[in-house]
Design a protein around this ligand. Structure first.
Ligand code: 5GP
Ligand code: MN
Length: 325
């Protein structure tokens, strides 16, 4: 863990500026929690803040304090001192909003923990050792001397909670747990956050889950498990609120789990690993990216062709002893 760079502190270290908190496509808890937390802290210091991005937040994150402020931005007005992007490795993930933000804001600040971040900001702060961008924003608020309110702490703990799989993944460090402890001290409630994230299913979600999980397939050597979902099989909101890739991942022998979801003629792929393979390299073969153990990409359909291409790439990437699937 390195310190917060001076240029990042300087971008925010004054009263009463205007900030655009700009999210990436299909925003998750890490991007939303960090934008809402930093924005709320700046508002506490007299800033005016707009929050938004190309897509609306998922209903499953409606409990995040301040989420009602997050807009789908089709046009971006002028006059921002800074536009902040968190958890966003490349301009494409803003679907054109970054270019609009460059015209509207004096300084673009890029805060991220992805190893493939393209350094598209005027100020770039990338810490690949951070489990979540939530850890970085926690440290930034500390460096700025901005207080942690319960609302800010809830946003940041949710960001860290989700990016670490509830503190179960290999990205968890002593620092992650120290930060989480401090956020709980500041008023974030772990039980309430866990319940809001994982105990909000409708009865029909369990039925859909039962139907869906029957489709999980396992390679002959047991190291690759995948779930391929044809278009229209299950509702969008179901896929968005379930981390379906976690089920194939939960098989003991599995080293790489894949979720392939056909949608609008394309196939969105989520990859999860347990350390045997650098999945950023697999995803990069199809124009995607992410982290070593959690990456994603999108391929053209149909589903069967995309599935065999992705499984082929995963097999090639697995160490020789692990092949033969
Ligand atoms: P998920 O599987 O949850 O969509 O994404 C897992 C990780 O992979 C996240 O860190 C996300 O940023 C990254 N990721 C997912 N899809 C893409 C993609 O199409 N392009 C890039 N560059 N990264 C992706
Ligand atoms: Mn993240």
């Amino acid at each position: 863990m390195a310190g917060v760079p001076d240029a990042v502190v300087k971008a925010f270290d004054r009263r009463g500026g205007r900030a655009l908190m700009l999210g990436h496509v299909h925003p998750d808890a890490d991007v939303l929690g960090t934008l809402l937390a930093l924005g709320a802290a700046l508002e506490g210091r007299g800033w005016r803040v707009i929050y938004g991005g190309p897509h609306a937040p998922p209903a499953s994150l409606a409990f995040l304090p301040g989420i009602e402020r997050y807009e789908v931005l089709d046009r971006i007005e002028d006059g921002f001192d800074v536009a902040v992007l968190t958890d966003c490795p490349n301009p494409e993930r803003t679907e054109g909003r970054l270019e609009a933000a460059r015209r509207a804001a004096r300084t673009i600040v890029d805060i991220d923990h992805h190893p493939d971040n393209r350094l598209y900001g005027d100020v770039n702060w990338i810490d690949v050792t951070a489990a979540a961008t939530g850890e970085m924003i926690y440290r930034l608020l500390g460096a700025l001397g901005l207080p942690l309110t319960p609302a800010i702490a809830t946003n940041l703990l949710t960001a860290i909670h989700t990016d670490t799989g509830s503190f179960r993944y290999s990205n968890v460090t002593p620092e992650t747990l120290r930060i989480a402890a401090d956020l709980v001290q500041a008023g974030a409630e772990p039980a309430a956050i866990s319940s809001a994230l994982y105990e909000r299913r409708t009865p029909d979600a369990l039925r859909l889950l039962a139907d869906t999980l029957g489709r999980v397939e396992l390679s002959a050597d047991g190291r690759i498990a995948w779930l391929a979902l044809p278009a229209g099989l299950v509702p969008d909101h179901f896929v968005e609120s379930e981390e379906l890739v976690n089920y194939p991942r939960s098989i003991a022998s599995v080293q790489v789990a894949c979720l392939l979801r056909e949608h609008g003629g394309r196939v969105k792929v989520s990859l999860r690993g347990k350390g045997a393979v650098d999945l950023t390299r697999v995803a990069a073969r199809f124009g995607g990216g992410g982290h070593a153990n959690a990456a994603g990409c999108t391929l053209p359909g149909p589903l069967a062709a995309a599935t065999s291409q992705v499984l082929g790439a995963v097999r090639e990437a697995l160490p020789a002893a692990a092949r033969g699937a």
